[in-house]
Write a protein that binds this ligand. Structure first.
Ligand code: ATP
Ligand code: MG
Length: 371
């Protein structure tokens, strides 16, 4: 897919800026705080409906304005589509494809695919389990847009079940026992929806892991061995839905007392994690900076490849300030891989990291105070 143009209206520090993309590689060049990352953020929103920098739309709308708009023209094998996302301060978003307003915003997902890579992504290895769940879920939403609904339903039931548990432990001196029939109703729903989440995560990772391993081998150029383990909170030993559901329910039962005292749901995919091992050692606690960077780079490259395989078209690659973070060897590996295979938008404060050939084949846009 190729992003032909982007039009930002009152988005972050942009007032009204149209941008045409004329080459597979675009370098966004500018001093600090000029709007380079803001531009990538706009594309990220089109791809995922989320920004990794904020969860509040009011941050995205230009100061002193009430409405922001991102418009894009995207060329795919099946034709060109016009995408439009309108963000409002304190009100709902509207998403349009080819002039038609979507009833459900989520139906926007899957129109544009992109993989974002920024220096913050080291959190993927170093951060808590929530970062890795969000990463898995964001990727899954691009691969299978229906996953958004599944996850939303799961989270909804989880919230209601938590409220139910809390309500029944309101008086700690005289705790009335949880009504087992009512709890069983929540358990059944949680297990059914949770099983869907678990199976989709497991299947996606099963496809991603070998790709990530082969990238890791290529970049690390050493005998280092990467293992990636899905660590679901519900212990599972098969992909069979009924078996996972059974395991889910029996673990809920086993934790019933603990949940009662801790006042929250202790079993389910909202507590999943992913473990990265380099030579059998957890990369999160023991990996060197270089090892962690190599790992994140391998994960990002595998995301690109997986989306390309599943969607059938190469996604966009958004690189925010990452070259400076990588040593020369990894920089070259990354730039070589991209070549013209993926449309790439890359931010930088100086052109020093690029070789002459790269510069010659790239479009260079200077970003200066939101223009
Ligand atoms: P760096 O090289 O430091 O990463 P950058 O070019 O990527 O810089 P951005 O993060 O894209 O910088 O833009 C930051 C600028 O956008 C800052 O000047 C910030 O004040 C401004 N900005 C952010 N949100 C808004 C907003 N809602 N309204 C107006 N300006 C905003
Ligand atoms: Mg930036």
């Amino acid at each position: 897919m190729f992003l032909q143009s982007l039009h930002l209206k009152q988005f972050r520090n942009y007032r009204d800026q149209a941008i045409e993309f004329s080459a597979p590689k675009t370098i966004l060049l500018g001093e600090n705080a000029q709007g380079k990352s803001n531009l990538l953020e706009a594309v990220e929103l089109l791809a995922t409906l989320k920004s990794h920098r904020t969860s509040r739309d009011r941050d995205l709308v230009k100061n002193d304005e009430t409405i922001a708009q991102i418009q894009a023209s995207l060329k795919k094998e099946l034709g060109v589509s016009a995408l439009q996302l309108t963000l409002r301060r304190g009100s709902r978003r509207t998403a349009m494809i080819n002039g038609e307003t979507l009833k459900r915003q989520q139906d926007f997902l899957g129109s544009l695919n992109a993989v974002q890579f920024s220096c913050l992504d080291l959190e993927l290895v170093r951060g808590g389990p929530g970062t890795r769940r969000t990463w898995t879920d964001t990727l899954l939403m691009q691969l299978e847009p229906v996953y958004v609904h599944i996850l939303q339903q799961y989270n909804q039931v989880l919230k209601q079940r938590n409220a139910f548990i809390k309500q029944h432990t309101a008086d700690p001196d005289q705790p009335p026992p949880l009504d087992p029939t009512q709890l069983a109703l929540w358990d059944a729903q949680l297990a059914t929806l949770g099983t869907r989440v678990i199976r989709r995560r497991a299947r996606m990772l099963q496809r991603l892991i070998p790709i990530a391993q082969s990238w890791h081998q290529a970049i690390s150029n050493s005998a280092e061995q990467l293992e990636i383990l899905y660590s679901p909170n519900v212990t599972i030993d098969s992909d069979d839905a009924t078996e996972i559901q059974q395991a889910f329910l029996s673990q809920l039962q086993a934790k019933a007392m603990a949940e009662y005292y801790q006042r929250t749901t202790l079993v389910g995919p909202h507590r999943d994690d992913i473990t990265f091992l380099i030579n059998q050692t957890p990369a999160r606690q023991y990996g060197s900076q270089g090892q962690q960077r190599t790992l994140v780079l391998a994960l990002k490259l595998s995301e690109l490849q997986l989306i390309e395989e599943v969607v059938g078209e190469p996604p966009l690659l958004l690189l925010d300030d990452v070259l400076a973070e990588l040593d020369l060897n990894r920089q070259n590996q990354l730039l070589d891989t991209i070549q013209d295979r993926f449309q790439t938008l890359i931010t930088t404060t100086h052109l020093g990291s690029f070789d002459a050939q790269w510069l010659k084949s790239s479009q260079i846009l200077r970003v200066d105070q939101g223009q």
